[in-house]
Write a protein that binds this ligand. Structure first.
Ligand SMILES: Cc1cc2nc3c(=O)[nH]c(=O)nc-3n(C[C@H](O)[C@H](O)[C@H](O)COP(=O)(O)OP(=O)(O)OC[C@H]3O[C@@H](n4cnc5c(N)ncnc54)[C@H](O)[C@@H]3O)c2cc1C
Length: 484
């Protein structure tokens, strides 16, 4: 095996480091903020390299499956650090409880603050034989001429160079790698989808007391005409809330004020039982106007460069209306590892096969998330302006002309535990083969709807439920008037 240099030691870079090192590669992880990741000293503070890490995070089942199958000691260490799992039986609505089926263990979410996940991973990376952590900022790529050119290492702010057979860009959404490639005359293919949603995130401690059931199984989600509120549970009796608003909304900007934040949550009657258990543990963290974006390193079937690959947000970045970023990053890095460590694959084949996987698998997860994010942004804006709001984005992407719609699959799954599992597998990124879009599933959906046309009465888990808007714009204006 060879040498790998990884730019970025956050969740995706750390998972890459552990997998490659355990396959016999010599790994260098370059991150100037490594000590802040591995030793958060109990406080939750935004760090410049990954300010989103303090925002509310839920981890889709695929994230846990990737860790459990590839890095089981990480799952054990997370449990030791107070991270819990939310099993399928707790997420499924009571009327779909059926005693369990093989495979249900895959449909489990991790309940962790993102900072805890990063710290646990970084701590294991720090102690891993075969991994060298380099606490420095990467400032450039070493590129050798050729056709295509070859990336041979990372230049550092210290003036040193980390040379490697393989360079992995896990530098996140603000990774400088794309800019370095463009400056070298190698612009990457890129799609950008605007989103225009801002996130006001805050952490809470949960007091002792009886906890209500999460209204969406894995999260408590409340959708209003001009904003969304959602809460994920974290490790060690913590919870994270996000208030999401249209980025230009001047009214909801006021929730940066802590009392305004509380007032908006308190006005939501349905959330009151939870709010009564919560005690603020951090200030409000604001992050906004992030576009979704997917890049590639292969154009027209030909690699732009050899020796360089991307994973995580540097490859495909989504906003959190589907909570997919970490699961997508862990999938990508797992795939890259498997391709790079398999026998008999040269650098060109590695680049093209990884790109083919990105096109066939990752891009579908990306498109579903991106369509959802864009629709949420447009809907929030339309509701502020009083315009007609767009319909919800489909929960799952189906081919043109498919005999059933995403909404029909969701409706049928409300009364069919097996369809419900298939639907969840698609939502939680466990459906790389797109079983959800197969003719067999379509047949079953049609049969189910014919047998039980009222099945929609039992709404299943879906991140795209209709607005329940009980807090309208006028009510928000009077609520937030003191914080102008
Ligand atoms: C508001 C918000 C909420 C989100 N909620 C969810 C959620 O609920 N569920 C979910 O799965 N995902 C969520 N995401 C997405 C998730 O946070 C990202 O997908 C994830 O952080 C990607 O991890 P990464 O390791 O690729 O990059 P990052 O976490 O961004 O880490 C990049 C690392 O690279 C380092 N770095 C960058 N440049 C350099 C350099 N030049 N030299 C050295 N080091 C460098 C940085 O210091 C950093 O540590 C959310 C994102 C946002 C913005």
């Amino acid at each position: 095996m060879g040498t790998v240099a990884i730019l970025g030691g956050s969740v995706v870079g750390a998972a890459a480091a552990l997998q490659f090192a355990r396959s016999g590669w010599q790994v260098s992880v370059v991150d100037a903020e490594f000590d802040r990741i591995s030793d958060p000293d109990g406080t939750v503070e935004a760090r410049p390299g990954a300010p989103h890490a303090v925002q509310a995070h839920g981890f889709m089942a695929r994230a846990k499956v990737e860790l459990a199958t590839r890095l089981p000691d990480v799952v054990d260490a997370l449990a030791a650090a107070g991270v819990t799992e939310l099993p399928f039986a707790k997420m499924a609505p009571p009327h779909l409880h059926d005693g369990g089926r093989p495979g249900d263990d895959e449909l489990a979410m991790l309940q962790s603050r993102r900072v805890t996940l990063d710290a646990v991973l970084a701590d294991i990376v720090r102690r891993e034989p075969g991994v060298r952590t380099v606490r420095a900022k990467a400032t450039g790529l070493e590129i050798e001429d050729g056709s295509p050119p070859r990336v041979t290492g990372l230049g550092l702010a210290t003036g040193d160079v980390v040379r490697a057979d393989l360079v992995i860009d896990a530098g996140g959404r603000r990774s400088p790698v794309s800019g370095w490639l463009a400056a070298a005359g190698l612009p990457q293919p890129e799609i950008v989808d605007t989103c225009n949603v801002s996130y006001y995130g805050r952490h809470f401690r949960i007091r002792a007391g009886e906890r209500p059931r999460l209204n969406s199984g894995f999260a408590d989600i409340h959708e209003f005409p001009c904003h969304l509120q959602f809460m994920f549970l974290g490790d060690n009796d913590t919870a994270m809330i996000a208030i999401c608003a249209e980025s230009g909304d001047p009214l909801l900007k006021r929730v940066r004020h802590e009392d305004a934040y509380h007032a908006v949550l308190a006005a939501n009657e349905a959330f009151r039982p939870w709010l009564d258990l919560l005690e603020p543990a951090t200030p409000t963290f604001v992050l906004g106007a992030l576009n979704n974006r997917m890049r590639g390193l292969v154009a027209d079937g030909k690699p732009l460069v050899l020796g360089l690959h991307q994973a995580g947000d540097s490859l495909a970045m989504t906003n959190p209306t589907r909570g997919r970023g970490v699961a997508m990053g862990l999938c990508a890095v797992g795939r890259l590892h498997d391709l790079a460590t398999a026998d008999g694959r040269d650098d060109v084949a590695l680049a093209t096969e990884y790109a083919a996987w990105q096109r066939d698998v990752l891009a579908v997860y990306y498109q579903e998330a991106s369509t959802s994010d864009q629709t949420v942004g447009r809907k929030l804006r339309a509701n502020i302006l009083g315009d007609a709001a767009p319909a919800n984005a489909p929960a799952v992407k189906l081919p043109d002309g498919h005999p059933v719609t995403s909404a029909q699959i969701e409706q049928a799954s409300a009364s069919d535990p097996d369809l419900f599992r298939l639907f969840l597998r698609a939502l939680y990124l466990l459906d790389d083969d797109r079983v959800i879009a197969s003719p067999a599933v379509a047949d079953r959906v049609l049969r189910r709807l014919a047998e039980d046309p009222d099945s929609a009465a039992n709404a299943p888990i879906s991140p795209v439920r209709p607005w329940n808007g009980s807090v309208d714009r006028q009510a928000l204006e009077s609520l937030l008037a003191p914080y102008a």
